[in-house]
Every structure is written in C-alpha cells, then in structure tokens.
Design a protein. Sequence first.
Lengths: 638, 736
Amino acid sequence: MGRLRQKGKAGAAKAYVTRSQAVKKLQCSLADFRRLCILKGIFPRDPRHRKKANKGSSAPASFYYSKDIAYLAHEPVLRKLREHKAFAKKLSRALGRGEWSSAKSLEDHKPVYTLDHIIKERYPTFIDALRDIDDALCLVTLFANLPSNSRIPPALVEVCSRLSYEWQLYVMRSQTLRKVFLSIKGIYYQAEVLNQPITWLVPYMFTQNVPSDVDIRVMLTFLELYQTLLGFVFFKLYTDIGLVYPPPMDISKDEAAAGVGAFSLQTKTATIPETVSKKDVVEVAGKKISGKDVRKTIKSIEASTSNMTNSEDIPEAVANEKDDFDKNDIMADDDFVPQPSKTQSDENIPIALPTLKSLMEQSSSINTQLFSPYTFYLSRETPRPLMEFIVRSFGGRIGWPVSQGSGSPVQEDDESITHIIVDRPVQQQQTQDQSQDQTFPHVEETEERRRLRLRRKYVQPQWVVDCINKGKILPEGPYEQGKTLPPHLSPFGMEDGAYNPEEAMEAEGEGEPVSSDEEDEPVLVDEDNRVDIPEDVDTGDASALRAAELKAEAAGVDYDTFEKAVKKKQKKRQAKDQVSDTPPAPEADMRKMLLSGKKRKLYEKMKYTEQKKVQEKETLTKRREQLKKEKKKKTSST
Amino acid sequence: MLTTKKRKLSTGKLSHFQCDGVLIPFVETIPAAEDDSDENSIAELDLGSDSENEEDDEDLIADSEDESSNEIITSLEEKYSVSLQPKTIISEITGQPKRVYPPIEPDYDSDSSTEDQLNRVGNIPMHWYDDLPHVGYDINGKRILRPARGDELDKFLETVDQPSAWTSAFDENTQTEKPLTAEELDIIRRLRENEIPDANFDPYEVFITEGKPEIMPLSAAPEPKRRWVPSVWERKKVMKIVRAIRQGRILPSKPKTTISRPFYSLWDGPSEPSASTYLSAPKVKLPTHAESYNPPPEYLPNKDAISEENTFVPKSYSALRLVPAYDRFINERFDRLLDLYLAPRVQRRRLPQGVTNADDLIPQLPDPNTLRPFPTYKVLSINHQTRVRAISVSPGGEWVVSGDDSGNIRLWEVLVGRTVKTWHMDSKIMAIEWCPKKDVSVFIVGTEADLYLYVPPTVDQTSMTRTHSTLTTPVTANTESPVAWTISSTKSLDEPLLTIKLPTNSGPIKQITWHRRGDYFASVSGYQNQGTVWIHQLSKRHSQAPFRKMKGVVQKVLFHPHKSHFFVATQRYVRIYDLAAQTLIKTLMSGIRWISCIDIHPSGDHLIVGGYDRKLCWFDLELSDKPYKILRYHSRALRSLAFHPNYPLFASTSDDGTIQIFHARVFNDLLTDPLIVPLKILRGHTLNDGLGVLEGRWCPGQPWLVSAGADGLVFALSLAQFFLSSTFLRCIDWLI
C-alpha cells in the first residue's frame, strides 16, 4: 500500500493560488498587487481542473501560479511599495500636525522604485523586448495626444510625446517603415526593426477624452513600465547605429511647433558642432540611382549650396542625396573640409556592419528610397505629422506652410517641388480655370506661378500611402485633387483563401468585356450549333480536338468562333465537375468515424473556421455583384 | 451679635487655660496663627449652614464676662512677664530656623488650647447627642443644653440682617454659628484657588546646598581623562563627514528622488534564461480591409444588415480630412491592457505534424472500391408483417429461417427468396439459431418460454435420418436437471422434433448460441433485468447452468471459435471463462454503459462489443482488457454485430435503421494493427416504435447479408453483379 495522500497537498491544489490568497500572502493591497502584476508581467492561469485547483470549490476565481506569487514575494518593488505605504502614513501625519518642514523633507526622500531589473528580467534579450514594444508604442502615442489633467500631469504627456518623437526619428533614420494604413480607428504603421515587425496605432489628431469607464490608474501603471522599456530599447537602437540617446531637443523650435524637427540626431562623438551632426544623420542608401536622379540632385545641391554654408536647417533629404553624391563621385571634395570627412569615416564603420542586412532587405524588394527623387509640399489641410513621417521615412523631402509649424525645409516657391498634397475639393472657380490649386490664393497668376503649377502634381494624401504599401510609384491620375479615390486597402496580408478585393477589382476590369460577350451569346448561338464539338474535346484529348478543329474548318467556321465554342464547352465541363465533386462527402464522413474524440473535436473546430471563412468570402463576393448590378441599373436608367 | 460671640469665645479660652494645668512648650514649624484663633476649627467648619445658634441665657453668661477676657490676657502677660508670642531661633541640631513658644506653667490658665471649649465631651461624633436635649457637658459636668434654633424665617432674617452671615460656619461642638476669621477665610480662598493654604509658606525659597551631594560610599578614584580631553575618534568621525561634504560626496540636501534616471545599455551582459512559465501575450490582430477609411464598397454593410452586437461598423469617407476621431480609441486600448494583465493565457495546442487543414486529420484509408466484395444492394425482401427479431442462416449459406413476433417461422431460400416452409407458434419468436453441424440439419427456436428444435425439410434423406437418429436415440438418464427434454411422438416436420422446457418463470429466451462443433449450445433467458445462462448438450439431451450466481445481468454469451472459452457479456463487462478449467480468465472493460451485442472474429483473437449507447469497442484479446478502438458512428443504439465467417467483413445494425459494413482485416503478425475501413452504409429499413434493424447475419461462404428489421421486412443484401444472376435464378425456379 502506498503512502496516504492528503487532499490539497499536491498537484493542481498546490500549483495554483487564487487571487485573494495571493494578496493575503504578499500582505499588500489589491491595488498594489495589480501594480505588481502589471509590472512583473504576471497573469492569471487557467488550470485544467478548476475545481481541483480551488480545493474542491467551484466558485469562480482567478488563479495564479503559486510559484509566480512566491517569485513576487521577493520583488524589490514590493518592498518599495511597502515603504511607500509607510511614507504615505508619515506624510499624512506630518501634514495633519502642520509640520511643514518635516513633510517637505519626507516628500524629498520619498521612496522611489526603478524598473530596470524588471525590464531585464522580463526581456532577457533585446529581441524579446523589441518584440513586445507594440503595445508600449500604442500607449505612449495615445498619452502623447491626451490633454493633461489632474490625473495626467503635463510632464507625463511631455515625456510620452518625446518618446514617440524619438521613435519616429529612429524609424525615419533607419528607414525601417514598411506599411501604413489609414483606418477609421487611426493610422496603423508597421516598421521592421531587426526583422521584427512592429505595428503601432496612432490616433487622428483630435482631442481625446478619457471615458469614465476607463480606469486611468491601470493605464498609468502600464505607462510607467512602458516608458522605462521604451527608454532602454531606444537607447540600444540609437547607440547601435552610433547615435546619442536621448537626442537633444531644441526648445525654441519645439515651442514653434516644429514637431519631430525640434530634435537633432547626434553621432556618438558629441564634440562635433550641430551642423555637422545634422549632416551625419544621413544614412547611406545602397540603392541604385539613375542618371536622371543624379542630375536632379546636382541641380538641387546647386540651388541650396548658397545657404548651406551658414544655415543649420539642412533638410535631411538634401543632405542625404548630397552624401550619396559625394561618395559616388567627388570624394576628393571632402578633403577640404576635415571634420565631415572624419565623421564620415567614423560613420562608415558602424554602417559597414549592417550593409549585408540592408542588402538582404533590398533584395526583398522593399524600396526604402521610394520618394527620394521627389519633393513634396503640404497643403494647409493635410495632416503634417503623418505626411512628414512617412515621406521622410521613404527618403523624400517635404515642406509645409508656416501655419503647419515652423522648420519647413522647403518653401512654397521652391523649384524642386514635384508633388503638392491637397485634401480639399476643387472649387468651382478653379474648374473653370482648369483645376488650379487652392494653395495659392487665386488672385492673379504670374507667369512664374503658372509655370510652377503646371510642373507640379496635385495629389491626395492617399496616393503617398498607397505608393508605400505597393512599394512603387503609382500613377497619380486616380488620386488627383477632387477625384473619387480608389478604395484604400489594408496592406497587412489577408489570410490565404480569404476574399481579396484587389483580385476582384482586377477581375472586374477584365470581366466586363467577358460579360458583354455573354450578352452577345444569342447571336452566336446558331453559329455554335453549327460547330459540332464532340464531347471528348473538353477532356483534354488533343487528337480529338485536332479532329474537331479540322471538321470546323471544313465547315467554314472561322477559328475564333471555334476557339470560343471550345472554351465555353470546357467551362461548362468544369462547372459540371465542380458540381459532381461535391457528392463524395459521405465517404469522407465514413472515414471521419475512425477519428478519436480529441481529433474529431479538433476537426470540427477547423471545419467550422474554414466554413466561416468561405461564408465571409461568399457574402463579400455576393455583395460586390449586387452593387455592380445596382450600378449597372443606374447607369442604364440614366 | 459678633461681639457677643467673641466674648463667649474668649470666655471659653479663659476657662480652657484654667482647666489644663500642664505647661507644654508649644512648638510648630509652620508659622502659627494668632493666639486667639482656633486652630482646630477649620476641620469643623460647616460653610453651608447658616443656622443661627444664639441663645439668650448664654448671652447672659457672656455679658457678665465681656470686658474681662482681654484684661485677663494682658494681666497674664504682665503677671508672668513672658510673651505668649513665639520666638524664632536657629536650631542647633538642624541649623534651621524654628519657632519656640514660651513654656507654660502647668497650672490653671496655663494652656490656652482648650480655653474656649465650653463643651467638654471631646472629639466625638456629635450626632450621638442628636436625640438628647443637651449637647454635652461643661467642665463642671453640667449639661449644656441645646441652644434653641429659630425657624426658617429666622434663619432668613438673620442672613439679611447680618452681613457677615455668609462668612460664618456651624460649630457642631456648640451647635451654633461661628463667624470665620479673616485668616480662615484666606485659607478657604487659597484652597479654592489651588494655592498653598499657608500664606506664609514660600514654595520658591532658594535652596542652598554646600558643594556636590555626597554619595556614599565615597570613591577616591581620580577623575577620568575623558571627562575633559576631547575624543580623537569623535573628531575623526566628524572630519570624515566634513571631508565628504567638502568633496561633494555627501550633499547637504539630497537631490529630489523624482529626478529621472538615465538610461544605459541594459542588454550588454550575458542574458539570463527567462522564467520558463512566461508566455508572451499574443499580438493584436492586424486591421483588415473593412477598417479602412475608404474601404471597397462591398465591405460596407447593408443598411438593414447592421446588427447591434457588432460594435465596429465599417464606414467610408471620401477624403482623409473628413475622418473623425474614433470614439472608442481609449476604450479599446484599455481593453487590450486589461487583457494583458487579467486574461489567463493558455498555450494553444499545436496542430499535429503535417496538418494544415481539417481534411488532413482524416486518416488515410484504402479506397472501399478496392476492398470488394461487400454487400451494396438490397436484392430481395421478405415481408413478415410483424417485427422480426430472429433470423438464422444455414451452415451451407443457402437457407434462412426468420421468425417474427406473431409466431410465424419462415424457411426461405436466400438466393431467390422462395419460401419453403412456414411454421406457426403461439408466442413471439425470440431467437433462432441453426446448428453449425453440416451432417445434422436442425435449428433451434427460442420463444417466450421454451426452446424447440425443428428439422427443416430441405435436406436429403440421409441427412434427415442422421438428424433423427442423433436427436431421438435414447440416452442414459443423467443427473437430475430442472430442464426437461421431450421428443415429439410424431415424425411430422410440422412439429418440433425436440422441446426443451426451461424451468417455469425463467423468462423469454434472449439468445441462443451454438458451440462450433454443434453439440453444445447456450441459451440466455430472463425478463428485463435478469439473465439465466443454460448450456445444453444435444447428444446427451442434458442441460446445465454453468453459473450458480452471476454478477450483473447477462446480456449475451458466446463460445470461443476454437478454445474452450466462454464469453459472458453483462451490462458493462465482458467476462471470459475457461469452461474446461472452470475459471475466470479475464474481464474486459468496454466502457459501454449497456452492452447490447457481441461477436468474435473467426480467428478468435478479436472481439467486438456493441452497446445501446451507440459505441462499438474493438478488443484485441491478446493486447489488453481495454478496447483497442472505440467507434461511434451510429446515431442510435447498436442492435447486432456480426463478423463474416470467411470474408474480412463485419456488419453492425442499429436502431437508426442503417446497416454499416466494415472491412476488418486482422494480421497474423502481432505488430500490425487490425485494419478497419468503413465500407458502406446500407439503408432501407424503416423505423418502427423507435426500433430499426434488429438483426444482421452473414451467409457463410458468400459476401451476402441478411437483415431483419422492426418493420417486419427481412432483406437479403448482396453485390450488384449478383442481382442479375439471382433474378435469373428466380425465373428458372418459377419455370420449374
């Protein structure tokens, strides 16, 4: 006889503890427990047998691993939280007694915890941390856009906006942005850093109100963790590409609403003056540049050399192009300016390492220099943070009017501007005047202006986003000002077999003439009747086909009609096959009966999801057809 | 009045002096009050009483001695030439000032302390005199009468008349009002104001001592150095702090703790393995086309299709500037955060290797078409009108007997369906079983009470005679048995040749099963919840019950095809007994709630068990006492199971009205698992009272199946090719 086993002494009963037990064990309040769980990343578990885990009770409870809780009990943050509790008592006592000086000194020596060790614990490697910054970026960008109030101090909002700018700077600098999606929930961005896709969501620029049913304390605790996480991640990312972290911020520029432009990226050798560091921001792109681009670049350099010598505001793209140009052709020029050449040689070392990676990336057909030949100018009503970020991430230059903030590197009358991004309807007056842009007040058009206007292209913001998602420059035609835009599709891959609207659109483009053919059918019928195509033609029997062809030729049927008839026959046959393919279900059913219970359940689940997908696809195609019919009716009625 | 009182007091005093004839120097440390004050009177003060205790006769007495009191005192002073006032001197012993009173001669009038005490009762509780007319005795032993006390009006008048009434107190000793002196009033005032009662006492008197107090025993040790030399170590410690402050290591006011800490390279060192229990949170689903601000039109919902439950409704805006703020942005972010810390994370079970879609899960089995022959078509049907429970196929496979609930037994040819003979009995036919012996042609019919042996007319003469001789040759009477065998007197084939009468109340026959040699057969009989097993021996015409007591209700029994084993299926278990050794070999745990049928593979190594709970269990008898495979494919209870004696087939019939044919190949080597392939579902029987196909039997030597349904039909199921030949044969038969 084995040893007697007591109930609740082993197995699930010991491996799990309920939340209330955990709180009791840790001797902290529920709020502190929640804080700890958030910071340490401890989450409830689902025991296989809830009743066993709950010592025979089936009352609803959330369970944690007892080992997790034991692990929490040794957490330095927990000790700090206890100290904070004592501090709060002392402080309230001091305030109650009116001992202001002791209250002040208490406040000065308030216990503060750090989360460094937690970050290291939760993310043992850098990649682990990078994989998990999606939520952190989302939350930080949200708080950067929140109005400050009693619960959200302005300093916090400032830190968050700073972090989000730092991230944008990094993405622009490393040119890792891959996809952008304008959704009705906000703007989704996807960057690929160290082969990790990182997706974050940025709300549209409106004042957000925190709803009453949202517990802001939870969000703030998460934010506390995420600030630390992002700080360390950014530090690593910046230092890995040889930049100083944190990037210094120009307060005067920030106050003038320069946005991202208020920050300047500096290389590790901090002694270099700012102008040079500005120039160093540029990363070498291993992309082939056509002769046309080079010529254009030379022109732009020539245009900007005059102010380059003294002004600090060198647009990054220009500097970028200049660097490319320098390296390719006039390396000797660098010798005259000792400092930049030194920094360049310095920079070559850190850049030399990732070249293989960058080459690999380029082989996967991602054109990170998509907009490098172009210069954009924003119209007043377009969202500048969005456009600036995405255009600069893909190597383009961008300028904006003063109403959108200071620090525009390109002025409105710049010769190099190729695209103007507008998001407003064409006005009546202009249509008379052949779609003149509204960005220029239409009073009287000088010859110079007219020349510029004709040279530039006026596109809606969706064009830029669609170009990025497609990875190529799309024709501007459908995106011109005032035109009804083509649908904006999600660049995040759909699952296999799901409904693909792009395919449907293409099919429609081709399909319409086919349908017209079908309408013509009655005319062709008698002809078809004459073309006697034997049954076995469609089965793919080549000799039979040949024979039929000869026969048709003899009968005087021209080849096109014969082809058509054969195709139709084949189509019919295929349709028939599809119909006849469906019945062998019972056999599958019979084989299904040999599945074990576990597998049968899995099979049924999988079938269900497959069915659901198919259904979804069907409804969408049906809806599309219905819309098409309606459209046709409308056009025919009008 | 006051004057009278005073007079009286002084008189008392005088008499006191006269009485106490002892001269005692009166010494007090506290400065005393004036001589004519009464020291003890404070204790006896009754401030609350305003009563006036005046008495006329006392007044009279006092009047006479009014002037004399003062004169006496002065005269006394003159007489003794000593002052009665105290003298303050410095004590020789203590060195403190003290008052010394002049000594008093111990003769009359020497003591003034009791001078005014008229009443000489002493210090006793005065209430002892409460009931008496007097209040005490004077020095002469005369009674002092209680002074008369006026009524309340008098008292009141007195308080009005006398301004000093409120400063007088009731003297219990004399039972009169006594005005308080100024000193006494001062003492009262001091007491009330929490001051020291004695006016002359100075609490802040300078206490002068000479030198330090002496502590005994005195020590002659010299004063230690540390008392006056500054400490080196202390200096060193202080200097350490000073230096630290100077160097800036210690800041006089620490910087505030809220200053943000700089970031550093956290992931430089070697990485530690993470906690194994951590599951990273799943990422948020990426947005689909439907979430676009300008989705393709088919994603926009119909106006009527918008449902309340779906919070997210795709919308389309013609330009980016028209897109409003998303109102649930913060809520969705918050929900995500809640998921991150509140939702239990579970590792999702991975799909088995190589499975990408659902159809990959279905096992790869050979095509049923390659496993022919098996019955696919209903060839012919026999209509019994009432429910057919029992059918049996002859060992040659040509004949079938079927029996129904109205008592009809029909013998017909399976090939063409020609009925050769019918019998009629008065009870339901519960079971029919054909004897497997080739040379003896007989079948047993089980009714609601007894067993009957019939000889079919389809056999040739030699076989017939052999059958008769086997069954009717007299046998030596064995031991007594409750089962009676009777041989029919007539030779007619219409009557059963043998009748086996089971004990009364043993219930209807549930099952009959033959041993392969055809000498023994077993029957199970009983009502709903009982089952009695009898084993009958044909050659000896003897029956015996192998089990004295059975655990559980016996459902079915079975002989092993070539061993002396006997299977007994109770409600949940199948027990295997060795009949020769008379022992229990094994109990098979099927997991079926209620076993309905059981059959054994001709090889004897595999057993299938069916249950009313729709399960079919395949047991590998060599392997385990648990099922090798459990199948559940019928939608209603299983009714019968049958292995084909020659072909690798088995069939199951069920209450859902279907017959399912399986290919069941058993391999000789122990490593290969038996191959079970579902081949065909045969339908055709209709349900009747919730009962479907009650029995299915294979024809030995042919892949044909005979099935009996609750709808009264008996089907012969066969191959498609056979269909033509059978009809052809039938035509021939009719011609004949």
